[in-house]
Design a protein around this ligand. Sequence first.
Ligand code: GRF
Length: 207
Amino acid sequence: MKGPLVLGVFASGRGSNLEAILEAIEAGKLPARVAVVLSDRPEAPALEKARRRGIPGLAVLPGDFPSRQVYEERLVEICRQHGVELVVLAGFMRLLGPTFLSAYRHRVMNIHPALLPSFPGLHAQEQAVRYGVRFSGCTVHFVDEGMDTGPIILQAVVPVEQDDTPETLAARILVEEHRLYPEAIRLYAEGRLRIEGRRVLIAPPER
Ligand code: GRF
C-alpha cells in the first residue's frame, strides 16, 4: 500500500492554513505528511510553527540567488530532496514561474480568499468589501503561471455583511479556508482529482 501523500508547504506569513493542515493530519482526517515548510521570509511565523512540530522549516530568500530561475531550481531541489509529491501554497506571497511549475506541473495547489475569478491578487477581502458583493469566500485551485488563474478544485461561500470590514470578512473566510484546504488535499491524496482543460473533475469515493 502507498504511504501518506508527501507535502511541501510554502508560506510567507502567519501559517494558520499550515496549522489547519497539520491538525487534519493529526486527527487522522488527511492521509498526508508535511515533509518540509519553505518560506521566502526568515521571520515568517509559519516556519516556527513547523519547527515546533519537528518539521524542517527553511527560509530560502530569492535575494540570495542570481535570478528567479536559479531560485526556483533550488526550491525544486529542496522539494525533491524531501520527496515532496504535492506542493501546497499557504499564504506564499510570490508567483511561481515556469522553472518551478514545469517540475511540479499540476502538483501545486493554492488557496485564495475570494471566489475566483473575482478578486484575484492582493487584498482580496478588501476588494470584495469595496466592490459591494453580497457573497465572497475562498477557492482552492491548481497553480499555473498566472495570478490565481489555475483550475478550481473547491470553493466555499460566505456572506458579506453590511457592516463588514476587510478584517471581519477575512476572519469569516478564514474559518472556511481551514476546512476547505485539508479537504482539497484529501481529494488529491485519494487520487480523485482529474484536470480537464480548465475544469477539475472529482471522482466519487472508492468503496
Ligand atoms: C490566507 O487568507 C490565504 O487565503 C491567503 O493568504 C492567507 C494566509 O494565511 N493566500 P495563513 O498564513 O495561512 O494564516
